[in-house]
Design a protein around this ligand. Structure first.
Ligand SMILES: Cc1cc2nc3c(=O)[nH]c(=O)nc-3n(C[C@H](O)[C@H](O)[C@H](O)COP(=O)(O)OP(=O)(O)OC[C@H]3O[C@@H](n4cnc5c(N)ncnc54)[C@H](O)[C@@H]3O)c2cc1C
Length: 389
């Protein structure tokens, strides 16, 4: 077996590391902490100029023509270096669905801006009454006599709605339907009359939104796929979201923990890095960071052969991140629970930040319980945990 990094991966890695050195400094991280969204549009445009927003798209479409493995190396290096990539994560989930299922006109109108890093798209699935059950969707799209649509309803947790250009919106078009039938997807321009949003702050200070749609009129141009068959469109985005775990920060947590252990005096006069319990935790976190990366590589492999890896990475990455965030808070003691505004905080408040943000990563993109059910039912062939609706 050859454990050497292939030359094409090394090339991408070097380029991405050079990009991060040039563009990521303390202000990027601070902007993320202060705003809670981590979207840096100037940085997105820089990524877009290199074809790195949509790296697997052909160069002619504004991508970089990378294969799935090369794209994986790119997102791993950018993520580890602290380049805020979550905003283009939601954008690409929707953009790939538009690219696969949208009309030619819609693609021409939207996709060049996506690839250039100037267009942000948010995901409008969750509703206040539905929670994880997105197929309980009540947001209603009804057809007007002129073929346009009128949308009424409310969406919960629409992250980036306050700054995105479009929302990839799940609606119910057949009022008689239930569950996953009778749904239709739209790409709704967020500057349309009748749309309002309110900020919701999470325990990690992340900014997400409640969005109200009150008689919002959109042309049929913005519909994606067939009327009442939105599931086929939505599934493209859901499957893609379940393959990887970009929000999991175990590798970044490990880097912070190692720095802390090398700098912090231990109880017996030496440094924390000499403490057996601290070393055990560092080793455990290193193993889980590696496993998370390998699961990402496994997803790239499945993509390459046209198969579905299931949501293993999306479950394992966040769960291990949450586990080790707790372990390092415990190791650091009182200084570990102070945030970045305190001069006494361990490692600039990084442990406190990881501890709060890790919880959210086990919720968005599907909670761990939902992902476990998908693995049990769809990968292991176990009986359904709830009746089909
Ligand atoms: C910070 C943040 C950002 C988000 N961003 C977006 C976004 O941009 N767009 C979007 O559409 N959504 C978004 N979401 C929604 C997210 O993806 C979840 O689907 C949603 O939060 C789940 O609903 P709930 O929080 O009301 O929990 P509930 O669904 O009410 O779940 C409560 C608990 O019950 C468990 N549970 C629920 N159903 C089952 C089941 N069938 N089997 C076993 N256990 C179950 C859950 O795992 C959880 O532990 C975001 C959520 C958060 C917290």
């Amino acid at each position: 077996m050859d454990f050497e990094e292939p030359a094409n991966w090394a090339k991408i890695r070097h380029e991405a590391e050079a990009f991060a050195r040039e563009h990521v400094d303390a202000t990027v991280h601070e902007n993320q902490l202060r705003t809670g969204d981590g979207v840096d549009k100037a940085l997105f445009a820089e990524l877009g100029r290199r074809g790195w927003i949509a790296p697997t798209w052909p160069v002619a479409e504004g991508g970089a023509g990378l294969d799935h493995f090369e794209a994986g190396v790119l997102s791993r290096v950018l993520g580890r270096a602290g380049v805020p990539i979550n905003g283009y994560g939601t954008t690409m989930l929707a953009a790939d669905a538009v690219r696969e299922k949208g009309s030619g006109q819609l693609k021409r109108a939207v996709l060049p801006g996506v690839a250039a890093g100037t267009t942000l798209i948010c995901l409008g699935y969750s509703e206040p009454d539905g929670g994880s059950d997105i197929f309980a969707c009540k947001t209603r799209a009804s057809r007007n006599a002129d073929g346009s649509w009128r949308i009424n309803g409310q969406k919960m947790f629409t992250t980036y709605a306050h700054m995105a250009e479009y929302c990839f919106l799940l609606t119910r078009t057949d009022p008689e339907s239930r569950g996953s039938r009778g749904l239709t997807m739209f790409l709704v321009p967020l500057d349309t009359d009748g749309i309002e949003h309110q900020a919701v702050r999470t325990m990690a200070y992340e900014r997400t939104n409640v969005v109200y749609y009150d008689d919002v009129r959109v042309k049929d141009f913005w519909r994606i796929g067939e009327v009442d068959h939105g599931l086929a469109v939505l599934q493209v985005a859901l499957d893609a979201e379940h393959k990887t775990s970009p929000a999991s920060q175990t590798a970044a947590l490990l880097a912070d923990a190692r720095r802390w252990a090398e700098q912090t005096p231990g109880p017996d006069g030496g440094l924390m890095i000499e403490d057996t319990l601290v070393r055990e935790r560092l080793a455990g976190a290193a193993i889980d960071a590696e496993v998370t990366e390998l699961l990402g590589l496994r997803a790239a492999f499945y993509d390459d052969v046209g198969d579905d890896p299931g949501p293993l990475a999306a479950l394992y990455g966040p769960e291990s991140y949450l586990h080790w965030a707790g372990e390092f808070i415990d190791a650091a003691g009182p200084a570990g629970v102070l945030d970045w505004t305190s001069p006494h905080a361990a490692i600039g408040g990084a442990f406190e930040y990881h501890y709060r943000s890790a919880v959210g990563t086990t919720i968005y993109g599907g909670t761990s319980e939902i992902l476990r059910s998908i693995i049990a039912e769809q990968r292991l062939g176990l009986p359904r945990s709830r009746p089909r609706r």
